[in-house]
Design a protein around this ligand. Structure first.
Ligand code: HEM
Length: 123
């Protein structure tokens, strides 16, 4: 795995943890704490985008370029769903449709990231 792959996997694994913490804090009425963790989560989104963008650049001109672009779009969708759930859980608005979207986006992202694209595992 290259450096960008390590950074990418670390960044989205951290995002999932921070996201769950934001939701739990919001659900327990700790709005202030949730806001702080949400700011850190947003910085982590930038890390995901940066590392993902770097990985995507490796696919430029490769036969799997189209698939890699879809992988990136699914990743952006997952980030968007996490952001919407974070916001809506803070406002006590319904989040169900965004949870469904998050599950679909993460499954797609994982299938395309681990299952099909392989450059990340090259030295
Ligand atoms: C929450 C969001 C995301 C998740 C869960 C995620 C997950 C993954 C996973 C599981 C891999 C495979 C890692 C590996 O090869 O070892 C991967 C690789 C990759 N990701 Fe993401 N990703 C996310 C966001 C993004 C974004 C926003 C972009 C584009 C801007 C992106 C672009 C890529 C690319 C191009 C690869 C390279 C695949 C490879 O060479 O193996 N990802 N991602």
């Amino acid at each position: 795995m290259g450096t960008s792959t390590h950074l990418h996997v670390t960044a989205w694994a951290l995002a999932f943890i921070l996201f769950i913490v934001v939701v739990i804090l919001n659900k327990s009425g700790k709005a202030k704490g949730a806001k702080i963790v949400q700011m850190i989560l947003r910085l982590d989104y930038l890390l995901i985008l940066y590392s993902g963008g770097t990985l995507l650049a490796n696919y430029f001109g490769a036969p799997q370029m189209g698939e890699a672009i879809f992988k990136g779009l699914a990743g952006i969708w997952a980030i968007f769903a996490m952001e919407m759930i974070s916001l809506k859980s803070g406002r006590e608005e319904p989040t169900k449709s965004w949870w469904i979207q998050l599950v679909i986006a993460v499954i797609l992202t994982m299938l395309l990231g681990f299952g099909r694209l392989g450059l990340g595992f090259l030295p």
